[in-house]
Design a protein around this ligand. Structure first.
Ligand SMILES: NC(=O)C1=CN([C@@H]2O[C@H](COP(=O)(O)OP(=O)(O)OC[C@H]3O[C@@H](n4cnc5c(N)ncnc54)[C@H](OP(=O)(O)O)[C@@H]3O)[C@@H](O)[C@H]2O)C=CC1
Ligand SMILES: O=C(O)C1=N[C@H](C(=O)O)C[C@H](O)C1
Length: 266
């Protein structure tokens, strides 16, 4: 039995995963983190019948009060680092769903995981169809050295670029750095209009009502274009299967792995 604590277990994504863990025969949901529901029972909050799953307001209290094997973080970038580092230092493995963490954050996470002989699986997007988009984009980037990323999201998403876009930029930059035809110094006009430069990949973030989450890799060659795009629906259900797989697999290695495909077979 894998004992799981979910930071953000009451949120949009976390509550779907909480239900998935609760119903999984190989896992026990032993606690959750939420400020608004601190001191309440997650079983009552999410209507799990008589289940008694304590909710804590902060990670220190959870680490003192309950024993768990894996922390899943589905909170906000502002609090995620504290949760992750505290857990790694206490020998807990961590699955990261929260977006907004930078490559520098991941360097610190990797160092802490290595120092404490623990493991971290960070997944920009748990949906299997997005894993496929990443794979297809990597295949295309091998042959087409000209690409940019567009990240679309709901108007109130606080982090930009999305975790999905950050992970994609990181991965594509490992395949090859795209050509830059006009350097930042040569550019006349608004530099920001070219988007953020992540590992030398241009990333453009759109935040608008009516949008959920979409991600698009666009490629260009002389007289031909290729777009690879994924659109999410309104519910957080597509992230559950991948989240459960990540919880299952995080203890099978040591250190940091990024991307769900790192624990899948292709
Ligand atoms: N990797 C992936 O596939 C996916 C990633 N995400 C990412 O997951 C994160 C969460 O998204 P979403 O579920 O929409 O967000 P919500 O705002 O719906 O949920 C956030 C959760 O975190 C808790 N939380 C926030 N701050 C704190 C804190 N300081 N201490 C304790 N708990 C806290 C909230 O509870 P309270 O406010 O009561 O504290 C709530 O339970 C985002 O970064 C999002 O981008 C989302 C979906 C899929
Ligand atoms: O709703 C969000 O916010 C989401 N964020 C993740 C990201 O930043 O990539 C992914 C998910 O699709 C939802």
């Amino acid at each position: 039995m894998i004992k799981v604590c979910i930071a953000g277990g009451t949120g949009w994504a976390g509550s779907e995963l909480s239900k998935g863990v609760f119903n999984n025969p190989n896992m026990t949901l032993v606690g959750a983190l939420s400020r608004k529901h601190k001191g309440e029972n997650l079983g009552d909050v999410l209507n799990f019948g008589s289940a008694n799953i304590p909710i804590f307001g902060d990670i220190e209290t959870a680490l003192k009060e309950i024993d768990f094997d894996v922390l899943v973080d589905y909170t906000k970038p502002t609090i995620a680092m504290k949760n992750i580092i505290s857990c790694l230092k206490k020998g807990k493995n961590v699955v990261i769903g929260t977006s907004g963490l930078t490559d520098e954050d991941y360097s610190e996470i990797e160092k802490t995981a290595d120092e404490n002989n623990t493991s971290v699986l960070a997944v920009g997007n748990f949906a299997i169809t997005v894993v496929l988009l990443q794979k297809f984009s990597e295949m295309a980037a091998k042959y087409i050295p000209n690409f940019e990323i567009i990240d679309y999201a709901h108007e109130d998403k606080i982090d930009a670029p999305s975790g999905t876009a950050r992970e994609l930029a990181y991965r594509l930059s490992k395949v090859q750095k795209p050509n830059q035809y006009v350097t930042e110094e040569e550019l006349i006009g608004e530099k920001a209009s070219r988007g953020a430069n992540l590992n030398e990949v241009q990333v453009h973030s759109v935040r608008l009502p009516g949008h959920v989450i979409s991600i698009e890799t666009i490629f260009g060659l002389k007289d031909e274009k290729l777009s690879i795009r994924h659109d999410s629906g309104a519910s957080a259900e597509p992230y559950v299967k991948g989240g459960l797989l990540a919880i299952e697999k995080v203890s099978t290695f040591k250190g940091l792995k990024r991307g769900l495909d790192s624990v899948m077979e292709f």
